[in-house]
Design a binder for this molecule. Sequence first.
Ligand code: ADP
Ligand code: PAZ
Ligand code: K
Length: 242
Amino acid sequence: MNLVIDIGNTFIKLAVFQKDEIVSRAVFEDEKLMEKIQEILKTHKIEHGIISSVKTIPADELAFLRKNINLIILDHTLSFPFLNLYETPETLGKDRLALAAAAVKLFPNKNILIIDAGTCITYDFLENNKYHGGAISPGIEMRFKAMHNFTAKLPLIKTTDENETELTGKTTRQNMKIGVLKGVPLEIDGFIDLYKQDYKDLTVILTGGDSELLSKSLKNSIFAPENFLLKGLNTILEFNKI
Ligand SMILES: Nc1ncnc2c1ncn2[C@@H]1O[C@H](COP(=O)(O)OP(=O)(O)O)[C@@H](O)[C@H]1O
Ligand SMILES: CC(C)(COP(=O)(O)O)[C@@H](O)C(=O)NCCC(=O)O
Ligand SMILES: [K+]
């Protein structure tokens, strides 16, 4: 069985794969990583693993993983089922490599825009199995936190607060919620429209912690496959197993 670990800026996602199927999955915060891995190693027969991180991985965690499984650390020097044309591949987010791998596995030889709404919102564009790059913008929670932190008077809004249906906000909180929760879908639809001007047959994938919240507000139709990034990591692991 394979263990795949995705360390994002907000959450760690972890899954155990038997061939292409997820048999166990967990989402948690940073400090629980070792505990969760020990639990998984006790309950599953893990032989291979892959870890993708947008942060530096602590040395003791790496040493522990390496001692227990055949571990691959995701970076741009591995083999991928797509051609990477990013001009600075060494600075490209590892999560974005995993998303691109998942996309070509699901939709080979297509024009694909992957939107990952997590801590940041990333846009990744693939044309016929060639990865070009895309865009990075602040995520929903980051926008709320930034407005609170960088102003004197704006309150902190939580994503879980009740949504607004109006276009015109009449209180400070309404204005902020509308600015972010209507603004982000407008941004996403705007990017999709711009890509569609050049690529009529564009496949759009939406994933990440805020994808459910956002999918209802988009005018463009999108795919929202489950555990998309984790499946991409498993694809890369299978591609690079020795
Ligand atoms: N319970 C929650 N706690 C914190 N953030 C949440 C929660 N539910 C959804 N989110 C949203 O999901 C985002 C994190 O999504 P995720 O894809 O896991 O990010 P990352 O891969 O960057 O860690 C947060 O920025 C926030 O907007
Ligand atoms: C853009 C990101 C912060 C997104 O991270 P996430 O929101 O998934 O936690 C991450 O992919 C990253 O650190 N990228 C490095 C810069 C680049 O991709 O070019
Ligand atoms: K992201």
